[in-house]
Design a protein around this ligand. Sequence first.
Ligand code: FE2
Ligand code: FE2
Ligand code: ZN
Length: 206
Amino acid sequence: MGSGFSVRDRSVPCGVVGDLTHAFPRWQFYYTSELRGLRFFTQLLFRHTPDHLMVDQTLQVAQEAAHVYLFGQLLEDHGEKPVQGDLGLQEHLALRVAKPPLTMIGRLAMAATVEQLALAEYNQRLKRKTYACDCEKEALEMIVEDESWHVDHLQNMAHSIDEQGVEWAKWRIQLRMAADRLREDAGPLGAGGELFRAPLPHGKVH
Ligand SMILES: [Fe+2]
Ligand SMILES: [Fe+2]
Ligand SMILES: [Zn+2]
């Protein structure tokens, strides 16, 4: 169930000498997305977590906090200030759903879809070696290891509210289609396609 707290060893060499400014908007986007995830999962921990899932939910919050820390540290180590943006993966996805979910199960399904999108993005970047330097590679590797169990955990949370899982399944299908649209709008990863650069859908204003 993940590696626990991930803290990067700052002594690892960067592997790149030169201009990394092209990577900063992406790192900021990852930072913002993880931060917004952390906020949601922390609220979940205090308000909506059944006793038997408290330990799991606490670990997830700890890991999401570690991810915020890792991207923040990545930016700082390269001379950039982490900024709390207001447009993360969550918002990019929500803009592509006709009506974003308001119920708890819907919001859990949304969070699970965001988790999958982030995990796929990080994995692809590692696989295609499109990270900017060894520091980014190392941060992504640590995070990917943590993220592996989060979607199953969110499904457990949803099933603790509604065992049948009908609403969960309905939202998951709808949100997966929205995630596909976002991926398409962004263009292929490695060919300049960046999720955070995906244009806002027609008529939507953030
Ligand atoms: Fe995360
Ligand atoms: Fe996660
Ligand atoms: Zn570096």
